[in-house]
Design a protein around this ligand. Structure first.
Ligand code: GDP
Ligand code: ZN
Length: 291
């Protein structure tokens, strides 16, 4: 039996990649009875039934599932921001980080366009995120800075790109592997025209190893799936403090004897981050009111 990754689903056919080879697989009948939905990103065991054809015998356990787009086993998200043009906006960085954390993905923050930015301008912002423990990479598709480092983070993993429009996602993909961005641009165009709205994402294999999801992840920054008490856990530096709060239901807002507010007063956590937390908290609370 062979092991492969589902890189594309087309009606009842699944494109399975094993090394460089692609096999068209179909599911054994018993999976259909169980109404199991096989997703792009799933790892399967299959046997060959002919040249380039196979039958899927086994689906290996999923370690993660991203909902937007629907992809199994995504390992990490590359959050792409431009240092300037459009200027990096910490509140927006925090919104993307919350979505990444709530999807249980490892996160790499990429600050692009260093060729036209004064690094001093973004140094303070970068320090805040480094101190929390996030991995940061500075890149430029014009000077080539950071591209090798980015490449090394992609191999052997399934990565989804995300970030505001204009930050340089397609330029980075194209710099990593010419031709890649073309595929993603066609996809966004099709989605833009309202066709293929229910299409599933595809995995694009990188020649240096690893896969990139062809559609950017969580473009819509809404938090409807998150409950107020959970939000703390998506701010790692607050999550570390929360056990020391007086009340275990503490939302670090109006509650007394709150370890988060004490740390804030002592300058141990960044005020901008705390404000992002409160802002998103309020948004979540407002959105639940109507229900
Ligand atoms: P996307 O919307 O995130 O996919 O962003 P694009 O890749 O389309 O890039 C938006 C604009 O920024 C384009 O005009 C790119 O040429 C430009 N751009 C992308 N990367 C860089 C960079 O590293 N430096 C500079 N100066 N411009 C860049
Ligand atoms: Zn608290």
């Amino acid at each position: 039996m062979l092991t492969g990754v589902v890189i594309k689903a087309y009606s009842s056919y699944y494109y399975l990649q094993t090394g460089e080879k692609i096999t068209m697989g179909t599911l054994r009948g018993r999976f259909k009875k169980e109404r199991f939905s096989l997703l792009v990103g799933d790892e399967v065991e299959y046997s060959l039934t002919g040249e380039g054809k196979g039958i899927i015998e086994n689906i290996l356990p999923r370690h993660s599932m991203l909902k937007r787009p629907m992809v199994a086993n995504v390992d990490q998200v590359m959050l792409i921001f431009a240092a300037v043009n459009p200027d990096i906006n910490p509140a927006l960085v925090d919104r993307f980080l919350v979505l990444a954390e709530s999807s249980q993905l490892d996160t790499i923050i990429v600050i692009n366009k260093t060729d036209i930015a004064d690094i001093e301008q973004v140094a303070n912002i970068a320090t805040i995120y480094r101190d929390i423990g996030y991995c940061l990479i500075f890149t430029s598709t014009k000077s080539g800075e950071g591209i090798a480092e980015l490449q090394s983070k992609l191999c052997d993993r399934i990565t989804v790109f995300a970030g505001p429009s204009g930050a340089g996602k397609s330029s980075l993909l194209n710099t990593l592997q010419p031709g890649l961005a073309l595929v993603t641009a066609e996809v966004s165009q099709k989605i833009g025209r309202g066709r293929h709205t229910t299409r599933y994402a595809e995995l694009l294999p990188l020649s240096a190893g690893g896969f990139v999801v062809d559609t950017p992840g969580f473009g819509l920054t809404e938090f409807s799936d998150i409950d107020a008490p959970e939000l703390t856990y998506y701010f790692p530096e607050l999550a570390r403090l929360a056990p020391e709060c007086r009340f275990n239901t503490c939302l670090h807002n109006k509650e007394p004897q709150c370890a988060v507010k004490q740390a804030l007063a002592a300058g141990k956590i960044a005020r901008d981050r705390y404000e992002s937390y409160l802002y998103i908290l309020q948004e979540i609370q407002e959105s639940k009111k109507g229900f």
